[in-house]
Design a protein around this ligand. Structure first.
Ligand SMILES: NC(=O)c1ccc[n+]([C@@H]2O[C@H](COP(=O)([O-])OP(=O)(O)OC[C@H]3O[C@@H](n4cnc5c(N)ncnc54)[C@H](OP(=O)(O)O)[C@@H]3O)[C@@H](O)[C@H]2O)c1
Length: 182
């Protein structure tokens, strides 16, 4: 059986939608029974709060693989560490951790990297998925300003803007980046 954590979230919800038709044996973990009501019909559900390890322990009964989805908050690494301590004591043979692309400098990738280090040291077989930011985030973070100002805002620090780089692309003979990759 596969335990899918974070089943109410952006990623978990989509995983659930796609795995149910495959007929795989799954259990979906939600933080509350109220949220669990959103599970597709017939899916076995469990209530799991990483802050309460006993809830995860109960949800892991009969589970061989876990999709570990931690919340994108400052507690991510601590919560996943706690989850791994519980998983380590169970029959689970493989953890698939939803991580993030990027180095240790930025907040979320840094926390994910810490969590990956902990999972590596646990001795449980693991797989790390490291996606980039999803397009859905644009709607989440900028939907309001797009609707009201026809604009969205981003903070890019000191990196050069696309227009600053264009002359170099042209000189090297590459295709104009505005027209897509060669
Ligand atoms: N979205 C992106 O662009 C993106 C890109 C790369 C990596 N990631 C990483 O992917 C992971 C999930 O992202 P997401 O966008 O799916 O996040 P999300 O929509 O906020 O989903 C987080 C899930 O974790 C659950 N959760 C929160 N606190 C919990 C706790 N204490 N115990 C158990 N479950 C808890 C949430 O339940 P509730 O619904 O009840 O709050 C929700 O199901 C994050 O670690 C994020 O850093 C995201």
């Amino acid at each position: 059986m596969i335990l899918i954590t974070g089943a109410s979230g952006n990623v978990g919800r989509e995983v659930l939608k796609q795995i149910v038709p495959t007929g795989a044996s799954i259990r979906a973990a939600f933080q509350s029974m109220r949220k669990a009501a959103s599970a597709p019909p017939g899916v076995e559900v469990a209530v799991v709060d990483y802050e309460q390890p006993e809830t995860l322990r109960a949800a892991l009964k009969g589970v061989e693989k876990v999709l570990l989805v931690g919340p994108p908050t400052a507690r991510l690494a601590a919560l996943e560490r706690s989850a791994m301590d519980t998983i380590w004591q169970s029959e689970v043979r493989q953890v698939v951790k939803l991580s993030a692309m990027g180095g240790r400098a930025a907040t979320f990738p840094r926390q994910h990297a810490e969590s990956e280090d902990y999972i590596r040291s646990s001795g449980v077989a693991y797989t790390f998925l490291r996606p980039n930011g999803f397009m859905q985030n644009i709607l989440l973070y900028s939907g309001d300003t797009v609707r009201t100002q026809n604009a969205f805002y981003g903070s890019e620090g000191e990196r050069p803007r696309q227009s600053d780089r264009r002359p170099r692309y042209r000189r090297s003979g590459s295709q104009d980046p505005d027209r897509g990759r060669p």
